[in-house]
Design a protein around this ligand. Structure first.
Ligand code: DAH
Length: 341
């Protein structure tokens, strides 16, 4: 039995020293010291020993147990230290390495222009509205006086969702005029920026998706002079003091009278250059006095209230504001382009 115990000790100590992790150590603890372990198995045979031998073997067994427990404990501490060292090495930070400056993004030039436009209008007491891009033809056309058969309702121009042309991607932000009239208390001063969609081929000045900013004022005694005064002021704030504008007669179904507003080319001051395509002027928006029938359809009495409205192309404003020559640059999001602003 003595030899058996000595054998267990030698084997077990060697195994403990070779154990590479705590799971292996646990397994060895069970194998040698556990209830069904090898040492316990030997001790169970003690009954067969003579009374003289018993205390000797008992003491030896206790020594083996103690030395095994100690060895396991030491190995476990050794493994823990090694693991900690490995982790510290892995997580070590070399504070002498020069830092990497994070690359900061910034606002897209078109949204930069939109923020300026919003600031100007909010400063004049306008509220900024958001509205649905999937719109009912009723709001995009009917309630804006563009009846069945109006050319802008054609399938070749508009993205419809259904065969009876009721649901569509809005082709203008003007339906927000109607939504505002139907839900807001008078007087109303709003702008409504957002995406609009038309079946256009992509070129330097066209895209099937672009942005507009709609604006509308309804109050008692509002006149065309208010329209001109306000929009002139907005253009001066956007393009600088002394910006020259002109208003040309035009037609829109939802305004009467209607006009388009041009600004004198900021590059050539009216002489004609590539920026203004030789015209001397750049068209910036459509506007007009809200048609009495449009007011009436929204439940507003045109004998008491009047209003003006406008719609401008946001890309065009941004192109003018930042001297961008091609519309496609605005949508491509090429970092080399964006970094210039
Ligand atoms: N919705 C027009 C368009 O897309 C622009 C426009 C013209 C808006 C006159 C208006 C307006 O509010 O009064 O061409």
């Amino acid at each position: 039995m003595k030899e058996q115990l000595a054998e267990i000790r030698t084997q077990a100590l060697a195994a403990v020293e070779a154990a590479g992790d705590s799971a292996a150590l646990d397994a060895l603890r069970v194998k040698y010291l556990g209830k069904k372990g090898e040492l316990t198995a030997v001790l169970k045979q003690m009954g067969r020993l003579s009374p003289e031998e018993r205390p000797v073997i008992g003491q030896l067994a206790n020594e083996v147990r103690a030395s095994l427990e100690q060895a396991i404990q030491q190995q476990s501490e050794k493994l823990e230290r090694a693991a900690l060292e490995a982790r510290l090495k892995l997580e070590a930070v070399d504070v002498t390495i020069p830092g990497k400056a994070p690359v900061l993004g910034h606002k897209h030039p078109m949204y930069e222009a939109l923020d300026e436009i919003k600031d100007i209008f909010v400063g004049m007491g306008f509220t900024v509205l958001d509205g649905p891009e999937i719109e009912l033809a009723e709001y995009n056309f009917d309630k804006l006086n563009a009846e069945e058969g109006h050319p802008s309702r054609d399938w070749s121009d508009t993205f419809y969702f259904d065969t009876d042309s009721r649901v569509m991607l809005r082709s203008q932000t003007s339906p927000m005029q109607v939504r505002a009239m139907e839900t807001m208390d008078l007087p109303i001063r709003i702008i409504a920026p957002g995406r609009v969609y038309r079946k256009d081929e992509v070129d330097a000045t066209h895209s099937p998706m672009f942005h507009q900013v709609e604006g509308m004022v309804i109050d008692k005694g509002v006149t065309m002079a208010d329209l001109k005064g306000t929009l002139n002021l907005v253009m001066e704030k956007l393009y600088g003091k002394g910006t020259v504008t002109r208003f040309r007669p035009h037609h829109f179904p939802f305004t009467e009278p209607s006009c388009e507003m041009d600004i004198q080319c900021h590059k050539c001051h009216g002489k004609g250059c590539p920026t203004c395509k030789g015209e001397g002027w750049i068209e910036v928006l459509g506007a007009g006095m809200i048609h009495p029938h449009v007011l009436e359809m929204a439940g507003i009495d045109p004998d008491v209230y009047s209003g003006w409205a406008f719609g401008m192309g946001l890309e065009r404003m941004a192109m003018g504001r930042f001297k961008i020559s091609d519309l496609r640059l605005i949508f491509e999001n090429d970092v080399r382009f964006l970094e210039q602003f």
